[in-house]
Design a protein around this ligand. Structure first.
Ligand code: 4AD
Ligand code: MG
Length: 476
C-alpha cells in the first residue's frame, strides 16, 4: 500500500480509511500503543497493536527507535491527546532495534551523551525539533533576501588570501606532510602545492561579497566558514555557517536597519510556522529550570522571549556610551567583572551580557568601535578614532551579528592597511574595487548557529548543528 505521511494523515484525519504509515518508534506502551514519528512533523501518530493479529516475534522487535510500517484503519481515538489513531492490521519491522545494544534508551539522556551519538540523536524529540527549526531558519534566510531583491552569491570556501584577519585559518594543502618540498632556504615550497601558493579555508565571504555588491547591488552569501581558534565555549564552532549580506549605496544606519529587520523576520517565520516544535522546546526548558534558583532561570519562557524581540526596537548605543554604562554599573563598581573596561579595549562577553540582560533587557546594537580593535576595511569615522562598525548583541548568546560600513575611499583604505600590516599585493583586487566604480557600501555577518541557538533555546551551540566541529572533535 502507498505510504501516507504522518503530517498529512494528522491534518486530513481520514477516519474509516485504511492507510500505511512508516516511521520510527518514539515509544511503545503496554505492548500495545506505538507512538510513531516519520519526521514530517512534530506530532506522532498512535498505532494500536492487535495481539491476535501480530506475532509475538514482531512485537518483540518494536523497540525504541525501531523503524516500522503499520497498516490499518484510521479511527477516532478513545484516548486523550490525539484525535485519531490507527488500528494496526499488520506491523512490519523495517529495521529493528535491539534495546540491549541500541545506544539510546527511552529515558532522559544528557546532551553531552547524545553528542557522541550524533548518528542517532536526530531521532529524539528535542533534536528533531531543533533540526526542523534549523531548516526553517535557513529557508527563511533565502526567502527574506529573495523577496527583497538580493542575489544569493556563492563565495569560495578555499581562499588564497588570509588577509581578512577574522580568525585563525585552517591550511589546505596536498603536499606530502612527512616530506614537503623545500625552497633553497629550507622553507616549505608552496609553489609546488596544488594551487601554487598557500591556501586556507575561508573565515568569511565578505570581501568577495563586496565584489558582488559592486555589480548586482544587493547580494548575500550563506555558507560554511572555518575558524581554527581554540575556543572551547558554548558559542564557538570551528566550522559554522554565516550569512553575509552586502549592500551597495548603504551606510552604517542602513546596515543596522537591515540587521534588525532581518533577525526579526527570521524569528517571526519560526514563530508562525513551527509553533509545535517551539512549544515543546519551551516546555523542555521550563522543566529543566524548575530546580534552579530563580536568578538562574530564563526571565521569560522561550516563545515569549522570541515575541518580545520581534515586537520591540533594539537598543542602539555607541561603543563610547557602552563603556560608560558598564563603568557606571553595580557589578563594575563592586569589582565583579573579570575583565577590565576602559575606552579602547574590546568588550568581553560578560560586559555584553550586562548591557543586554541587565541594563537594557533587550537586544542591543553597539556602533562606532575604536579603530584599533576592528578590521582594516571598516570605514573611518570623522573623529579619526572610531570606525563605522556595529555588533548586534543578544540575551544569552552575546554577539550574533558583526558588521560595518566599508571603507570606500582608496587613500584611507591604503593607510589603514599599512597601519595594520595588511599586504596590499594580496588584496590588489580589493583595492581595485575602490579604484574603479566604487561606492559607499555596507554589510554584516550573522552567525547562523547562534541565531538558531537563540530561537531554539539550546544552551550549547554544538546542539544546533548536526555534526559539530570543535577543538579535538571531528567525528562523523
Ligand atoms: O564578527 P565576525 O567575525 O564578522 C565577519 O566575519 C565579517 N566579515 C562579517 C561581515 O561584515 N560580512 O563574524 C560574524 C558572526 C559573529 O557575529 C558570530 O555570530 C558568528 O559570525 N561567529 C561564530 N559563530 C560560531 N562559531 C564561531 N567560532 C564564530 N565566529 C563568529
Ligand atoms: Mg565580530
Amino acid at each position: 500500500m502507498k505510504r501516507t505521511e504522518i503530517a498529512t494523515l494528522l491534518q486530513n484525519k481520514p477516519v474509516g480509511e485504511k492507510v500505511t504509515v512508516k516511521g520510527w518508534v518514539r515509544a511503545f506502551r503496554s505492548n500495545r500503543f506505538i507512538a510513531l514519528n516519520d519526521g514530517t512533523g512534530f506530532n506522532n501518530v498512535q498505532c494500536v497493536v492487535d495481539f491476535e493479529k501480530t506475532p509475538e516475534e514482531v512485537i518483540k522487535q518494536i523497540g525504541f527507535h525501531a523503524c516500522v510500517a503499520v497498516t490499518g484503519e484510521v479511527v477516532e481515538s478513545q484516548g486523550a491527546g490525539q484525535d485519531i489513531e490507527i488500528l494496526a492490521d499488520t506491523v512490519e519491522i523495517l529495521g529493528g532495534t535491539d534495546l540491549e545494544k541500541y545506544p539510546l534508551q527511552p529515558k532522559k539522556m544528557s546532551h553531552e551523551f547524545l553528542r557522541e551519538k550524533a548518528h542517532f540523536r536526530m531521532r529524539t524529540q528535542t533534536f528533531s525539533s531543533v533540526f526542523r527549526i534549523r531548516h526553517a531558519v535557513a529557508f527563511a534566510v533565502n526567502k527574506y533576501f529573495n523577496d527583497r531583491g538580493f542575489y544569493y552569491m556563492h563565495t569560495p570556501i578555499i581562499t588564497g588570501s588570509d588577509a581578512e584577519g577574522a580568525g585563525e585559518m585552517f591550511r589546505v594543502t596536498t603536499l606530502n606532510d612527512a616530506k614537503p618540498p623545500l625552497t633553497e632556504d629550507g622553507k616549505v615550497d608552496y609553489k609546488q602545492d596544488f594551487f601554487g601558493k598557500p591556501t586556507n579555508m575561508t573565515v568569511s565571504g565578505q570581501l568577495q561579497a563586496e565584489i558582488g555588491a559592486m555589480a548586482l547591488g544587493k547580494v548575500y552569501t550563506f555558507g560554511p566558514t572555518f575558524r581554527a581558534e581554540n575556543s572551547n565555549t558554548s558559542r564557538h564552532l570551528a566550522e559554522f555557517w554565516m550569512i553575509e549580506p552586502e549592500i551597495a549605496f548603504g551606510d552604517i544606519n542602513d546596515d543596522m536597519d537591515l540587521a534588525e529587520d532581518f533577525i526579526k523576520y527570521l524569528i517571526s517565520y519560526v514563530l508562525e510556522n513551527y509553533p509545535d516544535d517551539l512549544q515543546f522546546l519551551e516546555e523542555r526548558i521550563t522543566k529543566l529550570e524548575r530546580n534552579l534558583p530563580t536568578a538562574d532561570r530564563r526571565p521569560m519562557p522561550l516563545t515569549e522571549t522570541l515575541r518580545f524581540v520581534v515586537d520591540n526596537d533594539f537598543e542602539r548605543i555607541t561603543y563610547t556610551e557602552a563603556v560608560r554604562h558598564i563603568q557606571n554599573s553595580k557589578p563594575y563598581k563592586k569589582g565583579k567583572f573579570e575583565f577590565p573596561v576602559e575606552w579602547g579595549t574590546d568588550l568581553a562577553a560578560e560586559h555584553e551580557r550586562y548591557l543586554v540582560e541587565k541594563k537594557f533587557k533587550k537586544p542591543v546594537i553597539v556602533v562606532d568601535y575604536p579603530k584599533d580593535i576592528k578590521a582594516f576595511y571598516m570605514r573611518m569615522n570623522d573623529d579619526g578614532k572610531t570606525v563605522a562598525a556595529m555588533d548586534v548583541l543578544f540575551p544569552g548568546i552575546g554577539e550574533v551579528i558583526g558588521g560595518s560600513q566599508r571603507e570606500e575611499r582608496l587613500d584611507m583604505l591604503k593607510k589603514r592597511m599599512a597601519e595594520m600590516d595588511v599586504p596590499e599585493h594580496e588584496l590588489d583586487w580589493y583595492l581595485d574595487l575602490r579604484r574603479f566604480g566604487g561606492c559607499p557600501h555596507a554589510g554584516f555577518g550573522l552567525g547562523f548557529e547562534r541565531i538558531v541557538q537563540f530561537i531554539t533555546g539550546m544552551s550549547n551551540i554544538r546542539d544546533v548543528i548536526p555534526f559539530p566541529r570543535t577543538p579535538g572533535n571531528a567525528e562523523f
